[in-house]
Design a protein around this ligand. Sequence first.
Ligand code: DHB
Ligand code: FE
Length: 284
Amino acid sequence: MAKITASVYTSHVPAIGAALDLGKTAEPYWKTVFDGYEFSKQWEKDNKPDVVFLVFNDHATAFSLDMIPTFAIGTAAEFMPADEGWGPRPVPKVIGHPELAAHIAQSVIQSDFDLTIVNKMDVDHGLTVPMSLMFGQPKEWPCPVIPFAVNVVQYPVPSGQRCFMLGKAIRKAVESYDQPLKVQIWGTGGMSHQLQGPRAGLINKDFDKKFLDGMVSDPESLTRIQHIDYIREAGSEGIETVMWLIARGAMDDVNGGKAPTMRHRFYHVPASNTAVGHMILENN
Ligand code: DHB
Ligand code: FE
């Protein structure tokens, strides 16, 4: 049986990808950011997953306002890094896991979550920056990845509660797959940031700290945060953090008497316009 072994949470700031690709990681501004991921890269080597189920958002790259699915699962054999205007990032192509992805689609849709099936998709910084932060700069990524895209761009976007329940359905799907795979689930995006309008540059350290605390001890309380409160407190793009709740929903339940173990927690302001948050939780 496959098992969800751990979850990883991280921001996906595109300038982090550019800093890596342009060899700027030793510059003082960036060094503090990358230092927060040194533990994580070693942890990935020591706890190599067979598959990563990567919850991310597309930034009008693969999708556009022409068509934007709420939840979309990547079932393709491979996914190319997208050209977001400066050419594709010089990172390896992403190898998918069509068989496990199809199984999860079957199980999750039968659990009443309607997913869009995506057989062709280029992946933008929402997916490639977390990959670089966790795996560094290898010639090939160390394992297959199932991209899972969530609409946090065009309202109405899904609620935190729905995301959390979806995580539970994903866990059930993984655990009913008949091969002994170690699956990590990653929730990416966030934390507080706003890229446009009069409040551009907004950061809310208190909100982010409470969110990180809640991820460990009381994720259900986070599911009650309404969209308007994400926007007021964490900025218009802070809504990306709702994707963390999908990954958290797939982890051990505090109410079930078992809390996951926190292996790493990191928070840093600023990276570009964003408060960078990062956490690793292991199931017991
Ligand atoms: C930035 C952050 C994002 O999440 C994004 O998608 C684009 C830009 C930023 O901080 O610049
Ligand atoms: Fe983003």
